[in-house]
Design a protein around this ligand. Structure first.
Ligand SMILES: NC(=O)c1ccc[n+]([C@@H]2O[C@H](COP(=O)([O-])OP(=O)(O)OC[C@H]3O[C@@H](n4cnc5c(N)ncnc54)[C@H](O)[C@@H]3O)[C@@H](O)[C@H]2O)c1
Ligand SMILES: O=C(O)C1=N[C@H](C(=O)O)CCC1
Length: 264
C-alpha cells in the first residue's frame, strides 16, 4: 500500500521540490495539495497530473483519505493545518519554521491526545542534523559560542528554526554563561546579535544564499568552527522522505530529525 500524502504550500520553493520528490517515490502517492485561500492561481503541473488543489484544508481532509500531511508553508497557517490534521488522526511532517514555544507545546499535546505521529523538523538536511549534533558535543568542552546563520533574503523568520534548535540542543549540555566582556556596550543596536542564555545568534539575509550555518566555539588560543551549507532545496528532500516513512510508525510528537535517526 502506498502512503497517501497531502502537501500544503505546493507553489513555494520547498513545496515545489517536495511535490517532485513525492511524485518520484514509488511508495508515495500524492492525493492532493492545500494552497492559500486568497490566491486563485492555477498550479499547471498538478492540474496536468489530475492532483486536486484545495483552498480549504477541512474540505481536503474530508474529500481524501490521507496518511500524512507534509506542511511547508508559514507558521500561522501551518499551525491551523497541523492542529486540524492531528485531530483527524492524520500524521504530520512539518518543515515550516517560526512557531512560538506555545504553538509547539500545543501541537505536542494534541499529537499525544490523538495518538498520532507528528515530526516537526526545522531542518531536514542530514548534514545540518550532524552539524547540530557535533555542536552539542563541542559545547561540552567550549562553552563560548556564537551561531551565524545565513539565508536567502526571502526568508521571513529570524533567527532561523535551525539556529533556535541548535541553541536549544547546546543549552542541554552547557551551563548558563554570559559571554564576552561583562561591561560590553553596543554602540549600534543589534551589533552583538540575539542572546539565548548567553549564546549569541546572528542572522544574515542575502540574495544568492540558500541555507547555511556556522557554529563557532572559542577557547584558550583556539577556535573551532562547525559549518553546514545547503546549496539547493533538494538537500532537504531525503529528510522529508525519511520523516514520512518514520511518522507512519509514530504515535506522538517529535521535534527534530535527530530523534528518528541513529546517531550513536
Ligand atoms: N525544515 C527545513 O528543512 C526547511 C527548509 C527550507 C525551508 N523551511 C521552511 O519551510 C517554510 C517554507 O519555505 P519556502 O522557502 O518554501 O517558502 P515560500 O515562501 O517559497 O513558500 C511558502 C508557501 O506557502 C504558501 N502559503 C502561505 N500561506 C498559506 C496558506 N494559508 N495555506 C497554504 N499555503 C500557504 C505560499 O503561497 C507559498 O507558496 C518556511 O517556514 C521555511 O522556513 C524549512
Ligand atoms: O527558510 C528557509 O529557507 C530555511 N529555513 C530553515 C530554518 O529556518 O532553519 C532551514 C532551512 C532553510
Amino acid at each position: 500500500m502506498r502512503i497517501k500524502i497531502v502537501i500544503a504550500g505546493p507553489r513555494g520553493r520547498m513545496g515545489q521540490e517536495a511535490v517532485k520528490m513525492v511524485l518520484d517515490e514509488p511508495d508515495f502517492q500524492l492525493v492532493g495539495c492545500i494552497d492559500r485561500k486568497d490566491k486563485e492561481v492555477q498550479v499547471p503541473f498538478l492540474a496536468e497530473k489530475g492532483i486536486p488543489v484545495y483552498r480549504d484544508a477541512e474540505e481536503c481532509f474530508y474529500a481524501q483519505e490521507v496518511d500524512v500531511l507534509i506542511d511547508l508553508t508559514v507558521a500561522e497557517s501551518s499551525y491551523d493545518y497541523v492542529m486540524m490534521a492531528l485531530r483527524k488522526q492524520i500524521r504530520c511532517v512539518v518543515g515550516t519554521t517560526g512557531f512560538s514555544n506555545e504553538q509547539l507545546q500545543t501541537m505536542k499535546a494534541t499529537a499525544k491526545e490523538n495518538s498520532t505521529g507528528c515530526i516537526i523538523a526545522p531542518n531536514f538536511a542530514l548534514g545540518a542534523i550532524l552539524m547540530m549534533h557535533f555542536s552539542k558535543i563541542a559545547a561540552k568542552f567550549f562553552p563560548d559560542i556564537e551561531i551565524i546563520e545565513k539565508h536567502h533574503d526571502q526568508k521571513i523568520d529570524a533567527p532561523s528554526g535551525t539556529a533556535i534548535k541548535t541553541a536549544e540542543m547546546i543549552k542541554n549540555v552547557r551551563n548558563s554563561k554570559i559571554q564576552g566582556h561583562p561591561d560590553e556596550v553596543e554602540t549600534m543596536q543589534g551589533a552583538r546579535g540575539a542572546s539565548d542564555d548567553g549564546i549569541r545568534i546572528h542572522s544574515l539575509r542575502l540574495p544568492g544564499l540558500v541555507a547555511h550555518q556556522e557554529v563557532i566555539f572559542g577557547g584558550e588560543g583556539q577556535t573551532l568552527t562547525i559549518k553546514h551549507d545547503s546549496m539547493n532545496r533538494k538537500s532537504f528532500m531525503e529528510g522529508i522522505k525519511l520523516s514520512v516513512q518514520q511518522v507512519m510508525n509514530l504515535k506522538e510528537y517529535v521535534y527534530g530529525l535527530e530523534n528518528v535517526l541513529d546517531l550513536a
